[in-house]
Design a protein around this ligand. Structure first.
Ligand code: ATP
Length: 361
């Protein structure tokens, strides 16, 4: 069990710029006073009492910490330290400074399938390690796939955000209704017992988007998206997949299966010919095919726009609730204010609907 240090984090780290925001707090760059090394501090608000809807249960943070300690792998973010005060827990994490994989790809002119595969391979290696420890991530999506350093010749993937992850113990049945609509597996929607196979569904959705710039189940509304997933309503429209190899489509098809036990495991994915070609012909196909960059750029621009929209929406709610001065839609002066500080009954945009509600029996 990790030690939650009772000292003030600011005695050891200088708090710097905001790197990102989540549902329960902010992630900021922090500089270790003793060494000058930079890290990422994830500041999580803790629920003050059981009646409050604000913040996270301490037990959820303990779970995230326990899992981060168990998954030490080159493709998974590392946890260095944990500090705790009355209202907040701070996770000091390895600083992942290369940004999101999807942004890195969208900045390119072109990307061969073989180059995309190198990234998929690293994601699968991290995942395969995690799954071998009986840990599921349950929130795989582009925002949680980052690069350690984008200027490196061969950028290294880092999986982040273990806030919804779960460690399976023998004989345990685990259910969760949390996740992000576009990427969740049918068994999540149907409140069925989960396994690490739910992550493999998300891998298929991410691969599909990466190759085509199209999201396989995306509807006009969340409800429509969830319905599309439940009835497995997806195809490979030729106008988006005209540059895609049949091996890539086969890879996706072997993951987008309703029955979780029929999906390839991460380990099996690493042996699929799309990832590990067996013949010269297969190698040549991967080197000749490109991702649909034009449409991928469009997808990524829309995704970023939605993320900014959600952030502005959140700030406007804080203004309405008089927690932020009028006219201020810059999230930075919020300091470590976050959505979870607000008792809010109004409906929220889809991506803010994620709940950390789960049951274990
Ligand atoms: P959510 O509620 O959206 O799942 P969260 O509260 O669990 O978020 P994270 O997803 O872990 O928080 O982090 C929020 C954002 O902060 C990330 O999308 C990313 O941009 C940034 N971030 C998180 N961890 C790191 C890190 N180790 N290094 C650099 N940036 C990070």
């Amino acid at each position: 069990m990790a030690v939650f240090k009772p000292e003030n984090v600011e005695d050891f780290y200088e708090i710097g710029e905001v790197l990102g925001s989540g549902h329960f707090g902010q992630v900021r760059q922090v500089r270790e006073r003793a060494t000058g090394t930079c890290w990422a501090g994830k500041f999580l608000k803790i629920r003050k009492n059981t009646c409050s809807r604000l913040g996270l249960d301490r037990s959820c943070v303990e779970k995230e910490v326990e899992i981060l300690q168990a998954v030490q792998h080159p493709n998974i973010v590392t946890l260095k330290d944990v500090f705790e005060s009355r209202a907040e827990v701070v996770l000091v994490l390895e600083l992942v400074s290369g940004g999101e994989l999807f942004d890195f790809i969208a900045a390119k002119e072109n990307l061969l399938e073989s180059e995309a595969i190198e990234f998929m391979k690293q994601i699968l290696e991290g995942l395969s390690f995690m799954h071998s420890k009986n840990i599921g991530h349950f929130d795989l999506k582009p925002e949680n796939i980052m690069l350690s350093d984008k200027v490196a010749a061969q950028p290294n993937i880092k999986l982040i955000d273990f806030g919804l992850a779960h460690h399976f113990y023998q004989g345990e049945e685990y259910k969760s209704t949390s996740g992000t609509p576009q990427y969740i597996a049918p068994e999540v929607i149907n409140s069925e017992p989960l396994s690490t196979a739910a992550d493999m569904w998300s891998i298929a959705v991410i691969t599909y988007i990466l190759l085509s710039g199209l999201s396989p189940f995306q509807g006009e509304t969340d409800e429509e998206t969830l319905r599309n997933i439940s009835v497995m309503n997806y195809t490979f429209p030729p106008q988006y997949f005209n540059m895609t190899t049949s091996m890539a489509k086969d890879f996706i098809q072997k993951l987008l299966l309703k029955n979780p036990s029929e999906r390839m495991t991460a380990e099996e994915c690493l042996l699929h010919p799309w990832i590990k070609p067996m013949t010269r012909k297969q190698v040549a196909h991967r080197n000749r095919s490109s991702i649909n960059m034009k449409n991928f750029k469009k997808f990524n621009a829309r995704r970023k726009w939605k993320m900014s929209y959600n952030m502005v929406w959140m700030c406007n709610r804080l203004v309405q609730l008089k927690l932020l001065p009028k006219g201020n839609t810059d999230p930075d002066p919020l300091q470590r204010q976050c959505e979870s500080d607000v008792e809010d009954n109004e409906s929220k945009p889809a991506s803010l609907l994620r709940r950390r509600l789960s049951s274990s029996s």
